[in-house]
Design a protein around this ligand. Structure first.
Ligand SMILES: [Ca+2]
Length: 377
């Protein structure tokens, strides 16, 4: 793969092609390979945050919300660049993989300023992922009283929370990791290792496909997930979720109501430290991934692009890799998925979000907030 990375200025503007070696800050390279720029970005680095985890552009405003895993909820005025910390955010336990996780705006945000947050807090029983809703006062950068509406159950140690959220068809979908207790992903009495569907008021949505089992956890929509750190919908209304597999076997799944995605019975990966797992196959009852990654890229987030700024990308899935330190583009065609692009970014990519103007905004584990645009936009 060609290495093309030109640092235009030492302050912030980068051009990245299919880069595999990022020069040290200030180092300039020149490369005239004519093939590379077609897939390049121009990148503006805006601010540094502490352990940024999720990005949400607030509808009808100039504001971007940023969660910090270590606990802060930050509000960035995209017009002025001013960053304020939002007061009233819940206290979190950020041990292990815990902390403040996702934030999404209500579909009625422009009328009621309601946002939904996910976070981790602990008791003597262990750590639990939680979801709550609250009104956000933008003028004061202040959250009103948080109504907690959902919890992972049972409490566990501090890994595999997932806790990504999506507003879709007037419901709130929440991904729930297996909390490193993989057998619970197949246990209907637990909501771990699942995707749940809630009403906007925070009740389990009526009509769970698992409700005929009277012991089933409330709101279950799909089961058999490991650590699903991304969820998004395409323009046809299909739901997709990215999932970190074991060693190898990261998945992009088409989410079908009532389906079982197989963890830990089947996977395209193997257990860390050794131990085979049967592959997904046509001969089992589990829903196979539409595409998967061996070796792993560790997708930390999933965006399905709907803009026009990047021509031809509408309904492409964009996933940021943590261990992969990359950004990949997957074309979705109804019910199939195929990776078509990969850019090495030289950073662990935690969050990928689409701005109202179609630019891509990403946050890295090192704390950078970056804006990606077409190279000559
Ligand atoms: Ca699976």
């Amino acid at each position: 793969m060609r290495t093309v990375l030109t640092l235009v200025s030492t302050s912030c503007l980068l051009l990245i092609g299919c880069a595999s070696d990022r020069p040290a800050s200030g180092e300039e390279t020149t490369d005239t390979d004519a093939a590379a720029p077609a897939t390049a970005f121009s990148i503006a680095e805006h601010d540094q945050f502490e352990a940024p985890w999720a990005l949400e552009f607030l509808p009808g405003t100039d504001d971007l919300l940023i969660t910090q895993r270590t606990g802060g909820l930050m509000l960035r005025d995209q017009a002025s660049g001013e960053v304020r910390e939002v007061s009233g955010a819940p206290n979190v336990d950020s041990a292990g993989q815990g902390g403040m996780h996702d934030v999404v705006a209500s579909p009625t945000f422009e009328q009621d300023q309601v946002v939904y947050l996910s976070w981790v807090s602990s008791s003597d029983d262990g750590a639990q992922g939680r979801v709550g809703r609250a009104e956000l006062n933008l003028d004061e950068a202040e959250l009103g009283d948080i109504e907690e509406i959902w919890q992972q159950d049972p409490a566990q140690s501090t890994g595999h929370f997932a806790l990504r959220m999506l507003m879709h068809e007037d419901h709130l979908f929440v991904t729930s990791g297996d909390r490193q207790e993989s057998d619970l992903a197949q246990d209907l009495e637990s909501n771990l290792g699942s995707i749940v569907r809630l009403t906007l008021a925070g009740e389990p949505a009526p009509g769970s496909p698992f409700a005929e089992d009277s012991d089933a956890a409330a709101g279950l929509y799909t089961i058999g997930h490991r650590n699903p750190l991304g969820i998004a919908a395409d323009s046809q209304g299909n739901l997709w979720s990215s999932e970190m597999g074991p060693e190898g076997g990261d998945e992009l799944n088409l989410i079908i109501e009532g389906a079982n995605y197989g963890w830990p019975e089947v996977s395209m990966g193997v257990h860390y430290g050794g131990g085979e797992i049967p592959d997904h196959s046509d001969n089992d009852e589990f829903e196979p991934p539409r595409t998967y990654w061996v070796p792993a890229i560790s997708p930390g987030n999933l965006l399905i692009y709907q803009g026009d700024l990047f021509t031809g990308w509408r309904d492409s899935a964009l996933l940021g890799g943590l261990s992969g330190q990359n950004l990949v583009r997957v074309e979705l065609d109804g019910e199939s998925a195929e990776q078509v692009d990969e850019w090495e970014m030289g950073e662990r990519i935690r969050a990928v979000e689409e701005a109202p103007d179609g630019a891509l905004w990403i946050a890295t584990d090192a704390g950078a907030l970056m804006e990606l645009r077409p190279p000559r936009d």
